[in-house]
Design a protein around this ligand. Structure first.
Ligand code: HEM
Length: 506
Protein backbone atom coordinates (compact mmCIF):
# COMPACT_ATOMS: atom_id res chain seq x y z
CA UNK A 1 0.00 0.00 0.00
CA UNK A 2 2.81 2.35 0.98
CA UNK A 3 4.91 1.64 -2.12
CA UNK A 4 2.45 2.88 -4.78
CA UNK A 5 1.82 5.97 -2.67
CA UNK A 6 5.53 6.74 -2.37
CA UNK A 7 5.97 6.06 -6.09
CA UNK A 8 3.12 8.41 -7.10
CA UNK A 9 4.38 11.07 -4.72
CA UNK A 10 7.90 10.78 -6.13
CA UNK A 11 6.61 11.03 -9.72
CA UNK A 12 4.59 14.06 -8.74
CA UNK A 13 7.56 15.77 -7.06
CA UNK A 14 9.86 14.98 -10.00
CA UNK A 15 7.22 16.40 -12.33
CA UNK A 16 6.92 19.62 -10.30
CA UNK A 17 10.72 20.02 -10.17
CA UNK A 18 10.90 19.43 -13.92
CA UNK A 19 8.24 22.08 -14.64
CA UNK A 20 9.86 24.54 -12.24
CA UNK A 21 13.28 23.92 -13.76
CA UNK A 22 11.80 24.41 -17.23
CA UNK A 23 10.09 27.62 -16.24
CA UNK A 24 13.24 29.07 -14.71
CA UNK A 25 15.72 27.97 -17.36
CA UNK A 26 13.42 28.63 -20.31
CA UNK A 27 12.54 31.98 -18.71
CA UNK A 28 8.84 31.45 -19.20
CA UNK A 29 6.34 33.88 -17.67
CA UNK A 30 5.47 32.94 -14.06
CA UNK A 31 2.17 31.26 -13.28
CA UNK A 32 0.24 28.72 -11.23
CA UNK A 33 1.87 25.36 -10.66
CA UNK A 34 0.51 22.77 -13.13
CA UNK A 35 -0.72 19.29 -12.17
CA UNK A 36 0.71 16.30 -13.96
CA UNK A 37 -1.25 15.38 -17.12
CA UNK A 38 -4.03 17.96 -16.78
CA UNK A 39 -1.89 21.03 -16.14
CA UNK A 40 -4.08 23.88 -14.82
CA UNK A 41 -7.21 22.69 -16.64
CA UNK A 42 -9.25 22.54 -13.45
CA UNK A 43 -7.75 25.67 -11.84
CA UNK A 44 -9.40 27.95 -14.38
CA UNK A 45 -12.86 29.21 -13.45
CA UNK A 46 -15.49 29.28 -16.22
CA UNK A 47 -15.43 33.03 -16.87
CA UNK A 48 -11.81 32.91 -17.94
CA UNK A 49 -10.99 36.59 -18.38
CA UNK A 50 -12.11 37.29 -14.80
CA UNK A 51 -10.00 34.39 -13.57
CA UNK A 52 -7.04 35.78 -15.54
CA UNK A 53 -7.42 39.19 -13.85
CA UNK A 54 -7.16 37.42 -10.48
CA UNK A 55 -4.08 35.50 -11.64
CA UNK A 56 -2.51 38.72 -12.94
CA UNK A 57 -2.78 40.14 -9.41
CA UNK A 58 -0.78 37.16 -8.14
CA UNK A 59 1.75 36.56 -10.93
CA UNK A 60 1.93 39.95 -12.67
CA UNK A 61 0.54 41.32 -15.96
CA UNK A 62 2.06 38.49 -18.01
CA UNK A 63 1.69 34.91 -16.79
CA UNK A 64 1.59 31.41 -18.17
CA UNK A 65 -0.35 28.24 -17.39
CA UNK A 66 -0.82 24.80 -18.89
CA UNK A 67 -3.85 23.09 -20.42
CA UNK A 68 -2.64 19.50 -20.34
CA UNK A 69 0.86 19.88 -21.72
CA UNK A 70 -0.03 22.92 -23.83
CA UNK A 71 1.61 26.17 -22.69
CA UNK A 72 -0.64 29.25 -22.63
CA UNK A 73 0.47 32.84 -22.06
CA UNK A 74 -1.86 35.70 -21.09
CA UNK A 75 -1.07 39.41 -21.28
CA UNK A 76 -3.16 41.84 -19.25
CA UNK A 77 -1.95 45.38 -19.92
CA UNK A 78 -1.64 47.77 -22.85
CA UNK A 79 2.16 47.74 -23.07
CA UNK A 80 2.27 43.93 -23.28
CA UNK A 81 -0.67 43.86 -25.72
CA UNK A 82 1.40 46.14 -27.97
CA UNK A 83 4.34 43.76 -27.75
CA UNK A 84 2.08 40.88 -28.81
CA UNK A 85 0.08 42.61 -31.52
CA UNK A 86 2.64 45.07 -32.92
CA UNK A 87 6.25 44.20 -32.07
CA UNK A 88 5.67 40.43 -32.50
CA UNK A 89 2.65 40.68 -34.79
CA UNK A 90 3.83 38.18 -37.41
CA UNK A 91 5.55 35.78 -34.97
CA UNK A 92 2.36 35.42 -32.93
CA UNK A 93 -0.22 35.41 -35.73
CA UNK A 94 -0.94 31.68 -36.00
CA UNK A 95 -4.06 30.10 -34.54
CA UNK A 96 -4.52 27.23 -32.12
CA UNK A 97 -7.11 24.81 -33.51
CA UNK A 98 -8.86 22.19 -31.45
CA UNK A 99 -10.04 19.03 -33.24
CA UNK A 100 -13.55 20.43 -33.92
CA UNK A 101 -12.03 23.62 -35.28
CA UNK A 102 -9.59 21.65 -37.43
CA UNK A 103 -12.56 19.79 -38.78
CA UNK A 104 -14.81 22.73 -39.51
CA UNK A 105 -11.98 24.76 -41.08
CA UNK A 106 -10.48 21.79 -43.01
CA UNK A 107 -7.16 22.31 -41.20
CA UNK A 108 -7.31 26.08 -41.38
CA UNK A 109 -8.36 26.47 -45.03
CA UNK A 110 -10.72 29.31 -44.04
CA UNK A 111 -9.67 32.72 -42.61
CA UNK A 112 -10.38 32.70 -38.87
CA UNK A 113 -8.56 29.43 -38.14
CA UNK A 114 -5.84 29.71 -40.80
CA UNK A 115 -2.24 29.92 -39.64
CA UNK A 116 -0.33 32.95 -40.83
CA UNK A 117 1.18 32.18 -44.25
CA UNK A 118 0.49 32.48 -48.00
CA UNK A 119 -3.06 31.04 -47.72
CA UNK A 120 -3.93 33.46 -44.91
CA UNK A 121 -2.48 36.45 -46.78
CA UNK A 122 -4.52 35.52 -49.87
CA UNK A 123 -7.90 35.19 -48.11
CA UNK A 124 -7.29 38.23 -45.92
CA UNK A 125 -6.59 40.26 -49.07
CA UNK A 126 -9.82 38.95 -50.54
CA UNK A 127 -11.69 40.09 -47.41
CA UNK A 128 -10.13 43.53 -47.40
CA UNK A 129 -10.29 44.22 -51.16
CA UNK A 130 -13.52 42.47 -52.09
CA UNK A 131 -15.84 41.48 -49.23
CA UNK A 132 -15.64 44.30 -46.68
CA UNK A 133 -15.10 47.26 -49.03
CA UNK A 134 -16.96 50.50 -48.24
CA UNK A 135 -18.72 50.09 -51.61
CA UNK A 136 -20.09 46.63 -50.81
CA UNK A 137 -21.04 47.66 -47.28
CA UNK A 138 -22.91 50.65 -48.68
CA UNK A 139 -24.66 48.43 -51.25
CA UNK A 140 -25.81 46.18 -48.40
CA UNK A 141 -27.10 49.10 -46.33
CA UNK A 142 -30.78 48.59 -47.36
CA UNK A 143 -30.63 45.10 -45.81
CA UNK A 144 -29.38 46.49 -42.51
CA UNK A 145 -31.97 49.26 -42.45
CA UNK A 146 -34.73 46.81 -43.39
CA UNK A 147 -33.81 44.54 -40.47
CA UNK A 148 -33.47 47.36 -37.96
CA UNK A 149 -36.88 48.84 -38.83
CA UNK A 150 -38.42 45.35 -38.68
CA UNK A 151 -37.01 45.07 -35.13
CA UNK A 152 -38.63 48.39 -34.10
CA UNK A 153 -41.95 47.29 -35.57
CA UNK A 154 -41.83 43.95 -33.74
CA UNK A 155 -40.89 45.55 -30.42
CA UNK A 156 -43.77 48.01 -30.76
CA UNK A 157 -46.20 45.24 -31.74
CA UNK A 158 -45.17 42.84 -28.96
CA UNK A 159 -45.07 45.40 -26.17
CA UNK A 160 -48.61 46.43 -27.07
CA UNK A 161 -50.06 42.93 -27.20
CA UNK A 162 -53.06 42.58 -24.87
CA UNK A 163 -51.51 39.55 -23.19
CA UNK A 164 -48.36 41.55 -22.34
CA UNK A 165 -49.80 43.47 -19.39
CA UNK A 166 -46.42 44.42 -17.90
CA UNK A 167 -45.16 45.55 -21.37
CA UNK A 168 -41.89 43.77 -20.55
CA UNK A 169 -39.73 42.26 -23.29
CA UNK A 170 -36.65 40.09 -23.33
CA UNK A 171 -34.58 42.36 -25.57
CA UNK A 172 -32.16 39.63 -26.70
CA UNK A 173 -34.88 37.97 -28.79
CA UNK A 174 -35.20 41.06 -30.99
CA UNK A 175 -31.48 41.82 -31.17
CA UNK A 176 -30.80 38.19 -32.03
CA UNK A 177 -33.25 38.33 -34.96
CA UNK A 178 -31.57 41.44 -36.41
CA UNK A 179 -28.14 39.81 -36.10
CA UNK A 180 -29.33 36.49 -37.52
CA UNK A 181 -31.18 38.01 -40.49
CA UNK A 182 -28.45 40.50 -41.27
CA UNK A 183 -25.65 38.04 -41.21
CA UNK A 184 -27.52 35.33 -43.14
CA UNK A 185 -28.63 37.84 -45.80
CA UNK A 186 -25.10 39.25 -46.05
CA UNK A 187 -23.48 35.82 -46.17
CA UNK A 188 -25.96 33.41 -47.76
CA UNK A 189 -28.11 36.00 -49.54
CA UNK A 190 -31.28 34.65 -47.89
CA UNK A 191 -33.72 35.57 -45.15
CA UNK A 192 -34.73 32.39 -43.38
CA UNK A 193 -37.28 34.11 -41.11
CA UNK A 194 -40.75 35.43 -42.02
CA UNK A 195 -42.24 38.68 -40.69
CA UNK A 196 -43.77 36.82 -37.74
CA UNK A 197 -40.31 35.68 -36.66
CA UNK A 198 -40.91 32.08 -37.78
CA UNK A 199 -37.80 30.40 -39.17
CA UNK A 200 -38.23 28.19 -42.28
CA UNK A 201 -36.91 24.61 -42.60
CA UNK A 202 -33.59 25.63 -44.12
CA UNK A 203 -33.13 28.27 -41.40
CA UNK A 204 -33.88 25.68 -38.72
CA UNK A 205 -31.18 23.50 -40.24
CA UNK A 206 -28.73 26.43 -40.17
CA UNK A 207 -29.54 27.12 -36.52
CA UNK A 208 -29.18 23.44 -35.67
CA UNK A 209 -25.74 23.36 -37.34
CA UNK A 210 -24.62 26.43 -35.36
CA UNK A 211 -25.99 25.05 -32.06
CA UNK A 212 -24.49 21.63 -32.63
CA UNK A 213 -21.14 23.22 -33.57
CA UNK A 214 -21.13 25.21 -30.31
CA UNK A 215 -22.03 22.06 -28.35
CA UNK A 216 -19.24 20.00 -29.91
CA UNK A 217 -16.69 22.85 -29.79
CA UNK A 218 -17.55 23.82 -26.21
CA UNK A 219 -16.95 20.37 -24.67
CA UNK A 220 -13.96 20.19 -22.36
CA UNK A 221 -11.94 17.52 -24.11
CA UNK A 222 -8.77 16.42 -22.36
CA UNK A 223 -7.64 14.68 -25.55
CA UNK A 224 -7.06 18.13 -27.10
CA UNK A 225 -4.28 18.94 -24.69
CA UNK A 226 -2.92 15.52 -23.81
CA UNK A 227 -1.99 13.95 -27.16
CA UNK A 228 -1.58 10.41 -25.79
CA UNK A 229 -5.18 10.44 -24.52
CA UNK A 230 -6.68 11.11 -27.97
CA UNK A 231 -7.60 7.45 -28.55
CA UNK A 232 -10.18 7.80 -25.74
CA UNK A 233 -12.25 10.31 -27.72
CA UNK A 234 -13.24 8.24 -30.75
CA UNK A 235 -17.01 8.90 -30.42
CA UNK A 236 -16.40 12.58 -30.71
CA UNK A 237 -14.59 12.07 -34.00
CA UNK A 238 -17.75 10.50 -35.41
CA UNK A 239 -19.90 13.38 -34.18
CA UNK A 240 -17.49 15.78 -35.87
CA UNK A 241 -17.64 13.98 -39.18
CA UNK A 242 -21.46 13.97 -39.07
CA UNK A 243 -21.48 17.72 -38.33
CA UNK A 244 -19.07 18.30 -41.20
CA UNK A 245 -21.25 16.41 -43.70
CA UNK A 246 -24.33 18.30 -42.55
CA UNK A 247 -22.65 21.70 -42.84
CA UNK A 248 -21.22 20.97 -46.27
CA UNK A 249 -24.54 19.65 -47.64
CA UNK A 250 -26.38 22.74 -46.36
CA UNK A 251 -23.85 25.16 -47.87
CA UNK A 252 -23.55 23.42 -51.22
CA UNK A 253 -27.34 23.57 -51.70
CA UNK A 254 -27.29 27.34 -51.17
CA UNK A 255 -24.25 27.76 -53.44
CA UNK A 256 -26.05 25.79 -56.14
CA UNK A 257 -29.25 27.86 -55.75
CA UNK A 258 -27.29 31.07 -56.31
CA UNK A 259 -25.34 29.65 -59.25
CA UNK A 260 -28.64 28.78 -60.96
CA UNK A 261 -30.09 32.22 -60.11
CA UNK A 262 -27.03 33.95 -61.61
CA UNK A 263 -27.37 31.92 -64.81
CA UNK A 264 -31.06 32.75 -65.15
CA UNK A 265 -30.87 36.47 -64.33
CA UNK A 266 -27.31 37.21 -65.48
CA UNK A 267 -27.06 39.30 -62.31
CA UNK A 268 -24.43 38.98 -59.55
CA UNK A 269 -25.73 40.05 -56.15
CA UNK A 270 -23.70 41.80 -53.43
CA UNK A 271 -23.95 39.00 -50.85
CA UNK A 272 -20.87 36.91 -50.03
CA UNK A 273 -21.95 33.67 -51.79
CA UNK A 274 -22.14 35.42 -55.15
CA UNK A 275 -19.00 37.45 -54.42
CA UNK A 276 -16.96 34.36 -53.51
CA UNK A 277 -18.23 32.16 -56.31
CA UNK A 278 -17.51 34.79 -58.94
CA UNK A 279 -14.03 35.46 -57.49
CA UNK A 280 -13.19 31.79 -56.94
CA UNK A 281 -10.97 31.42 -60.03
CA UNK A 282 -9.29 34.82 -59.78
CA UNK A 283 -8.20 34.12 -56.18
CA UNK A 284 -7.69 30.39 -56.71
CA UNK A 285 -10.06 29.39 -53.89
CA UNK A 286 -10.93 25.76 -53.21
CA UNK A 287 -14.56 24.86 -52.43
CA UNK A 288 -13.40 24.16 -48.85
CA UNK A 289 -12.14 27.74 -48.58
CA UNK A 290 -15.38 29.21 -49.98
CA UNK A 291 -17.45 27.14 -47.53
CA UNK A 292 -15.05 27.94 -44.66
CA UNK A 293 -15.21 31.69 -45.34
CA UNK A 294 -19.01 31.69 -45.45
CA UNK A 295 -19.19 29.97 -42.06
CA UNK A 296 -16.51 32.27 -40.62
CA UNK A 297 -18.85 35.19 -41.21
CA UNK A 298 -21.78 33.40 -39.59
CA UNK A 299 -19.82 32.41 -36.48
CA UNK A 300 -17.93 35.70 -36.11
CA UNK A 301 -20.78 38.05 -36.94
CA UNK A 302 -23.93 36.53 -35.50
CA UNK A 303 -23.56 36.71 -31.73
CA UNK A 304 -21.09 39.60 -31.43
CA UNK A 305 -23.58 42.20 -32.71
CA UNK A 306 -26.47 41.12 -30.46
CA UNK A 307 -24.15 40.82 -27.46
CA UNK A 308 -22.76 44.33 -27.92
CA UNK A 309 -26.19 45.94 -28.19
CA UNK A 310 -27.60 44.04 -25.20
CA UNK A 311 -24.74 45.18 -22.93
CA UNK A 312 -25.06 48.77 -24.17
CA UNK A 313 -28.80 48.75 -23.47
CA UNK A 314 -28.21 47.35 -19.99
CA UNK A 315 -25.85 50.25 -19.27
CA UNK A 316 -28.34 52.76 -20.69
CA UNK A 317 -31.15 51.44 -18.51
CA UNK A 318 -28.83 51.56 -15.52
CA UNK A 319 -27.80 55.12 -16.42
CA UNK A 320 -30.94 57.11 -17.37
CA UNK A 321 -28.85 60.31 -17.54
CA UNK A 322 -26.84 58.90 -20.44
CA UNK A 323 -29.95 57.50 -22.11
CA UNK A 324 -31.63 60.91 -21.97
CA UNK A 325 -28.54 62.64 -23.34
CA UNK A 326 -28.47 60.28 -26.35
CA UNK A 327 -32.17 60.97 -26.93
CA UNK A 328 -31.59 64.72 -26.80
CA UNK A 329 -28.86 64.33 -29.41
CA UNK A 330 -31.15 62.21 -31.60
CA UNK A 331 -33.94 64.77 -31.32
CA UNK A 332 -31.53 67.57 -32.23
CA UNK A 333 -30.07 65.80 -35.28
CA UNK A 334 -33.06 63.81 -36.59
CA UNK A 335 -36.08 65.48 -34.97
CA UNK A 336 -39.27 63.60 -34.29
CA UNK A 337 -40.96 63.38 -37.67
CA UNK A 338 -38.63 60.93 -39.43
CA UNK A 339 -36.59 57.87 -38.51
CA UNK A 340 -32.80 57.52 -38.29
CA UNK A 341 -30.76 56.25 -41.21
CA UNK A 342 -27.12 55.19 -41.33
CA UNK A 343 -25.96 58.43 -42.91
CA UNK A 344 -27.04 60.25 -39.71
CA UNK A 345 -24.53 58.31 -37.62
CA UNK A 346 -21.57 60.60 -38.36
CA UNK A 347 -23.53 63.46 -36.73
CA UNK A 348 -24.35 61.46 -33.58
CA UNK A 349 -21.07 61.92 -31.73
CA UNK A 350 -22.38 61.28 -28.20
CA UNK A 351 -23.99 58.02 -29.35
CA UNK A 352 -20.63 57.01 -30.83
CA UNK A 353 -19.03 57.62 -27.42
CA UNK A 354 -21.72 55.42 -25.85
CA UNK A 355 -20.85 52.60 -28.25
CA UNK A 356 -17.16 52.95 -27.36
CA UNK A 357 -17.84 53.09 -23.63
CA UNK A 358 -19.93 49.94 -23.83
CA UNK A 359 -17.26 48.08 -25.83
CA UNK A 360 -14.63 49.22 -23.31
CA UNK A 361 -16.50 47.63 -20.40
CA UNK A 362 -18.10 44.74 -22.28
CA UNK A 363 -16.04 43.56 -25.26
CA UNK A 364 -18.00 40.63 -26.75
CA UNK A 365 -14.76 38.66 -27.36
CA UNK A 366 -12.93 39.51 -24.10
CA UNK A 367 -9.87 37.37 -24.88
CA UNK A 368 -10.00 38.11 -28.64
CA UNK A 369 -9.39 34.81 -30.44
CA UNK A 370 -6.39 32.74 -29.32
CA UNK A 371 -3.18 33.46 -31.23
CA UNK A 372 -0.38 30.91 -31.46
CA UNK A 373 3.36 31.52 -31.68
CA UNK A 374 4.66 30.51 -35.13
CA UNK A 375 8.21 31.35 -33.96
CA UNK A 376 10.04 31.75 -30.67
CA UNK A 377 9.41 35.28 -29.42
CA UNK A 378 10.00 37.54 -26.44
CA UNK A 379 7.25 39.42 -24.61
CA UNK A 380 7.77 41.41 -21.41
CA UNK A 381 11.32 40.02 -21.22
CA UNK A 382 10.04 36.41 -21.10
CA UNK A 383 10.43 33.72 -23.74
CA UNK A 384 7.34 32.63 -25.64
CA UNK A 385 8.29 29.33 -27.27
CA UNK A 386 6.98 28.42 -30.72
CA UNK A 387 3.64 26.62 -30.34
CA UNK A 388 2.48 28.53 -27.23
CA UNK A 389 -1.07 29.85 -27.21
CA UNK A 390 -1.16 33.59 -26.55
CA UNK A 391 -4.23 35.41 -25.18
CA UNK A 392 -4.70 39.17 -24.93
CA UNK A 393 -7.10 39.99 -22.10
CA UNK A 394 -8.94 42.85 -23.79
CA UNK A 395 -11.49 42.90 -20.96
CA UNK A 396 -8.70 43.65 -18.47
CA UNK A 397 -7.21 46.40 -20.69
CA UNK A 398 -10.51 48.26 -20.77
CA UNK A 399 -10.79 48.22 -16.97
CA UNK A 400 -7.15 48.87 -16.05
CA UNK A 401 -7.26 51.41 -13.15
CA UNK A 402 -3.73 52.57 -14.04
CA UNK A 403 -5.02 53.74 -17.42
CA UNK A 404 -8.70 54.64 -17.07
CA UNK A 405 -10.18 57.16 -14.65
CA UNK A 406 -12.99 55.47 -12.60
CA UNK A 407 -12.75 52.42 -14.88
CA UNK A 408 -15.92 50.70 -13.67
CA UNK A 409 -18.13 53.72 -14.26
CA UNK A 410 -20.17 53.94 -17.46
CA UNK A 411 -19.15 57.43 -18.48
CA UNK A 412 -19.11 58.07 -22.27
CA UNK A 413 -17.84 61.64 -21.68
CA UNK A 414 -14.35 60.18 -21.11
CA UNK A 415 -14.08 59.93 -24.92
CA UNK A 416 -14.80 63.66 -25.26
CA UNK A 417 -11.90 64.36 -22.89
CA UNK A 418 -9.60 61.96 -24.74
CA UNK A 419 -10.22 60.70 -28.25
CA UNK A 420 -9.24 57.02 -27.94
CA UNK A 421 -9.29 54.94 -31.12
CA UNK A 422 -11.04 51.54 -31.06
CA UNK A 423 -9.74 50.25 -34.39
CA UNK A 424 -6.44 48.81 -33.25
CA UNK A 425 -4.24 51.90 -32.78
CA UNK A 426 -4.64 52.45 -29.01
CA UNK A 427 -3.46 49.33 -27.21
CA UNK A 428 -5.48 50.13 -24.09
CA UNK A 429 -8.75 49.67 -26.00
CA UNK A 430 -8.88 46.73 -28.41
CA UNK A 431 -12.44 45.37 -28.80
CA UNK A 432 -11.63 44.35 -32.41
CA UNK A 433 -8.01 43.31 -31.78
CA UNK A 434 -5.08 44.94 -33.60
CA UNK A 435 -2.41 44.10 -36.13
CA UNK A 436 -2.70 41.71 -39.02
CA UNK A 437 -5.49 39.62 -37.49
CA UNK A 438 -7.70 42.57 -36.56
CA UNK A 439 -11.43 41.95 -37.12
CA UNK A 440 -12.20 42.52 -40.83
CA UNK A 441 -15.90 43.00 -40.02
CA UNK A 442 -15.14 45.95 -37.72
CA UNK A 443 -16.70 48.77 -39.82
CA UNK A 444 -19.77 46.71 -40.60
CA UNK A 445 -20.16 45.86 -36.91
CA UNK A 446 -19.76 49.47 -35.71
CA UNK A 447 -22.32 50.68 -38.30
CA UNK A 448 -24.88 48.07 -37.38
CA UNK A 449 -24.45 48.35 -33.62
CA UNK A 450 -24.68 52.17 -33.73
CA UNK A 451 -27.67 52.08 -36.04
CA UNK A 452 -29.51 49.56 -33.84
CA UNK A 453 -28.91 51.68 -30.75
CA UNK A 454 -29.92 54.88 -32.56
CA UNK A 455 -33.25 53.33 -33.61
CA UNK A 456 -33.94 51.75 -30.22
CA UNK A 457 -33.32 55.03 -28.39
CA UNK A 458 -35.00 57.32 -30.89
CA UNK A 459 -38.20 55.26 -30.88
CA UNK A 460 -38.47 54.32 -27.21
CA UNK A 461 -37.63 55.33 -23.66
CA UNK A 462 -36.28 52.19 -21.95
CA UNK A 463 -36.91 51.37 -18.31
CA UNK A 464 -36.98 48.43 -15.94
CA UNK A 465 -40.14 46.41 -15.20
CA UNK A 466 -42.14 47.52 -12.16
CA UNK A 467 -40.45 46.54 -8.92
CA UNK A 468 -37.04 45.84 -10.52
CA UNK A 469 -34.25 48.08 -9.29
CA UNK A 470 -31.07 49.11 -11.15
CA UNK A 471 -29.00 47.06 -8.67
CA UNK A 472 -31.01 43.97 -9.68
CA UNK A 473 -29.58 43.95 -13.21
CA UNK A 474 -27.13 41.05 -13.34
CA UNK A 475 -23.96 42.44 -14.96
CA UNK A 476 -22.10 39.11 -14.93
CA UNK A 477 -21.00 37.44 -18.12
CA UNK A 478 -21.75 33.91 -19.24
CA UNK A 479 -18.69 31.71 -19.92
CA UNK A 480 -17.48 31.15 -23.48
CA UNK A 481 -15.43 32.69 -26.27
CA UNK A 482 -18.17 35.29 -26.72
CA UNK A 483 -19.79 36.72 -23.61
CA UNK A 484 -23.50 37.21 -23.44
CA UNK A 485 -25.00 38.72 -20.30
CA UNK A 486 -25.45 35.82 -17.93
CA UNK A 487 -29.07 36.85 -17.30
CA UNK A 488 -30.90 38.20 -20.36
CA UNK A 489 -32.03 41.81 -20.02
CA UNK A 490 -35.78 42.34 -19.51
CA UNK A 491 -36.95 45.88 -20.22
CA UNK A 492 -40.04 48.03 -20.86
CA UNK A 493 -40.10 50.19 -24.01
CA UNK A 494 -42.29 53.34 -24.02
CA UNK A 495 -42.82 54.85 -27.49
CA UNK A 496 -41.66 58.45 -27.92
CA UNK A 497 -42.42 59.15 -31.63
CA UNK A 498 -45.64 59.42 -33.64
CA UNK A 499 -47.31 56.06 -34.42
CA UNK A 500 -46.72 56.05 -38.19
CA UNK A 501 -42.94 55.83 -37.56
CA UNK A 502 -43.17 52.34 -36.06
CA UNK A 503 -44.02 50.57 -39.32
CA UNK A 504 -41.56 48.25 -41.03
CA UNK A 505 -39.91 50.10 -43.97
CA UNK A 506 -38.99 47.51 -46.66
C1 HEM B 1 -19.11 44.08 -32.27
C2 HEM B 1 -18.85 43.13 -33.12
C3 HEM B 1 -17.52 42.45 -33.30
C4 HEM B 1 -16.43 42.42 -32.47
C5 HEM B 1 -16.25 43.11 -31.12
C6 HEM B 1 -15.41 41.61 -33.12
C7 HEM B 1 -14.16 41.35 -32.59
C8 HEM B 1 -13.23 40.51 -33.18
C9 HEM B 1 -11.98 40.13 -32.57
C10 HEM B 1 -11.47 40.60 -31.21
C11 HEM B 1 -11.35 39.30 -33.43
C12 HEM B 1 -10.03 38.57 -33.20
C13 HEM B 1 -8.83 39.39 -33.54
C14 HEM B 1 -7.55 38.63 -33.26
O1 HEM B 1 -7.57 37.42 -33.09
O2 HEM B 1 -6.50 39.27 -33.19
C15 HEM B 1 -12.20 39.15 -34.59
C16 HEM B 1 -11.88 38.39 -35.69
C17 HEM B 1 -12.71 38.25 -36.78
N1 HEM B 1 -13.94 38.85 -36.98
FE1 HEM B 1 -14.87 40.09 -35.71
N2 HEM B 1 -15.90 41.17 -34.32
C18 HEM B 1 -17.18 41.66 -34.47
C19 HEM B 1 -18.02 41.48 -35.56
C20 HEM B 1 -17.69 40.82 -36.72
C21 HEM B 1 -18.52 40.70 -37.88
C22 HEM B 1 -19.90 41.35 -38.03
C23 HEM B 1 -17.84 39.94 -38.79
C24 HEM B 1 -18.23 39.50 -40.18
C25 HEM B 1 -19.38 39.59 -40.73
C26 HEM B 1 -16.58 39.58 -38.19
C27 HEM B 1 -15.61 38.80 -38.79
C28 HEM B 1 -14.42 38.44 -38.20
C29 HEM B 1 -13.46 37.53 -38.82
C30 HEM B 1 -13.62 36.85 -40.18
C31 HEM B 1 -12.37 37.42 -37.93
C32 HEM B 1 -11.09 36.63 -38.11
C33 HEM B 1 -9.95 37.52 -38.59
C34 HEM B 1 -8.63 36.79 -38.73
O3 HEM B 1 -8.41 35.77 -38.09
O4 HEM B 1 -7.82 37.26 -39.52
N3 HEM B 1 -16.51 40.13 -36.93
N4 HEM B 1 -13.34 39.90 -34.41
Amino acid sequence: MAFPLVLSLSIFIIFLCYKLYNRLTAKLPPGPCPWPVIGNLFNITPVRFRCFVEWAQIYGPIFSFYLGSQLNVVVNNAELAKQVLKDNDQNLANRFRTKPLDNVSKNGMDLIWADYGPHYVKVRKLCNLELFTPKRLEALRPIREDEVTAMIHNIYRDSNKHCNVSKTLMLRRYLGSVSFNNITRLTFGKRFMNSEGEVDKQGEELKAIVTNGIKIGGKLNLGEFVPWLRWAFKDEDEALEAQDRRLEKFTRIIMEEHTIARKITGETKQHFVDALLTLQNEYDLSDDTVIGLLWDMITAGMDTIAITVEWAMAELVKNPRVQQKVQEELDGVIGSDRIVNETDISKLSYLQHVVKESLRLHPPTPLMLPHMAGNNSKVGGYNIPKGSIVHVNVWALGRDPKIWKEPLQFWPERFIEEDVDMKGHDYKFLPFGAGRRICPGMNLAINLVTSMLAHLLHHFVWSLPNGVKVEDIDMMESPGTVTYMQTPLHVVPTPRLQLNLYTHVE
